[in-house]
Design a protein around this ligand. Structure first.
Ligand code: DAK
Length: 258
C-alpha cells in the first residue's frame, strides 16, 4: 500500500514501520495514525511478518499528537470522532510483538505510542515526556495509565504534572525502556532483537505476550492460573516437542508454528 506519512519495509520476517513526517517531528496527525493502523493490521495479516518495529527519525520518534490539527477542535468534535480512540486499536490489540525503537523525542502521544508497544529499545539521545500539561490538557492515549504502571506513581506524577522530560539513562533505570544503545546502533540492535523473536515459535511468542499483558488486567492468582493453563496448552503443540527434543539432541530447534 502507498503511504505518505510512514515507510514500511519487511525483511527477515520483521516489518519495520518508520514514522515519516520530519517537518513536524513525526507529530501524530490523523493521516499518520490511520496509516500506522493500516500498516499494523496488514502486518498482522501477513504470514511472512513475525515481529514488528515502530521507529521514527534520529531527532524524534514522535513529538506528540499534532497540535496544529488539534488546537481548534471543540469538545463535541473530539468526542464525536472519539479522537485517538479506535484509531490506536491496531497497535494496542496486535497479537504479534511490536518493539518501539526510540531515538530523540518521544513526547505526549509519541511516548504513549512507544508504551503501547511490547517493549522499548532507545538511543542515548532519547527523551520521554508527557508535556500535555503545558498545553492545558492531559495525556489522552494512555499516558496516565501506562506510564504509572511502567515507572510507579511518584515518577509518573512528577512527569505528568510538571511536563518534564526523562532522559535515556533515567528511563532505563526506572524500567521504561529495556535497553539503551548508541544512536548509530539503534536499528542494528533492534533488528537483531526482532529477528531473534521472529525465530521463535509464534505460538509461544503470542502466548507469552498475552500472559504478560494479562498481568496488567487481573489479580496475581488469576494471572498465575492463566499462565499455567497456557503453559499446559503448549504441550498440544508440535513446537513444544521440537523445542525440547532439540535441546536434548543438542541442536537448534526448527519451529513450524504448529
Ligand atoms: N504537533 C505539531 N507540530 C509539532 C509538534 C507537535 N506535537 N512538535 C513539533 N512540531 C513542529 C514544530 O511546530 C516545528 O514546526 P515549524 O515551526 O518548523 O513549522 C517543527 O515540528 C520542529 O519543532 P521545533 O522547532 O519546536 O524543534 P525544537 O528542536 O526546537 O523543539 C520539541 C523540539 C519536541 C521540544 C518541541 O517541538 C516541542 O515541545 N514540541 C511539542 C511537544 C508536545 O507538547 N507534545 C505533546 C503534544 S499533545 C487526546 C488524546 C491524546 C492527546 C490529545 C488528546 N484525546 C483522547 C482527546 C495527545 C496530546 C499530545 O500528544
Amino acid at each position: 500500500m502507498a503511504y505518505e506519512t510512514i515507510i514500511v519495509k519487511i525483511s527477515d520476517h520483521v516489518c519495520v514501520i518508520t514514522l515519516n513526517r520530519p517537518s513536524a517531528l513525526n507529530a501524530l496527525n490523523s493521516q499518520l495514525v490511520e496509516e500506522l493502523g493500516d500498516a499494523v493490521t496488514d502486518a498482522e495479516n501477513n504470514h511472512k511478518v513475525r515481529c514488528m518495529v515502530i521507529t521514527g527519525s534520529e531527532k524524534a520518534f514522535a513529538a506528540g499528537a499534532d497540535i496544529t490539527e488539534m488546537a481548534d477542535k471543540s469538545f463535541v468534535e473530539v468526542v464525536a470522532k472519539d479522537l485517538f480512540g479506535s484509531s490506536m486499536m491496531p497497535v494496542q490489540n496486535a497479537k504479534k510483538p511490536i518493539i518501539a525503537a526510540v531515538s530523540g523525542y518521544a513526547l505526549g502521544g509519541g511516548c504513549e505510542l512507544a508504551m503501547m508497544c511490547d517493549f522499548i529499545i532507545c538511543a542515548e539521545n532519547a527523551k520521554f515526556g508527557q508535556p500535555e500539561i503545558n498545553l492545558g490538557v492531559i495525556a489522552g492515549i494512555g499516558g496516565t495509565q501506562r506510564l504509572t504502571r511502567f515507572v510507579g506513581k511518584s515518577k509518573a506524577m512528577d512527569m505528568l504534572l510538571t511536563g518534564r522530560f526523562m532522559d535515556a539513562e533515567e528511563a532505563e533505570r526506572v524500567g521504561l525502556v529495556s535497553r539503551v544503545v548508541p544512536e548509530k546502533m539503534l536499528m542494528e540492535v533492534t533488528l537483531e532483537v526482532a529477528v531473534k523473536i521472529a525465530e521463535k515459535s509464534q505460538i509461544s511468542v503470542k502466548s507469552a505476550k498475552e500472559a504478560v499483558n494479562r498481568s496488567f488486567e487481573t489479580t496475581l492468582a488469576e494471572g498465575l492460573l492463566f499462565e499455567r493453563r497456557v503453559f499446559h496448552s503448549m504441550f498440544a503443540t508440535e513446537d513444544q516437542k521440537e523445542g525440547m527434543s532439540a535441546f536434548l539432541e543438542k541442536r537448534d530447534p526448527q519451529f513450524r508454528d504448529k
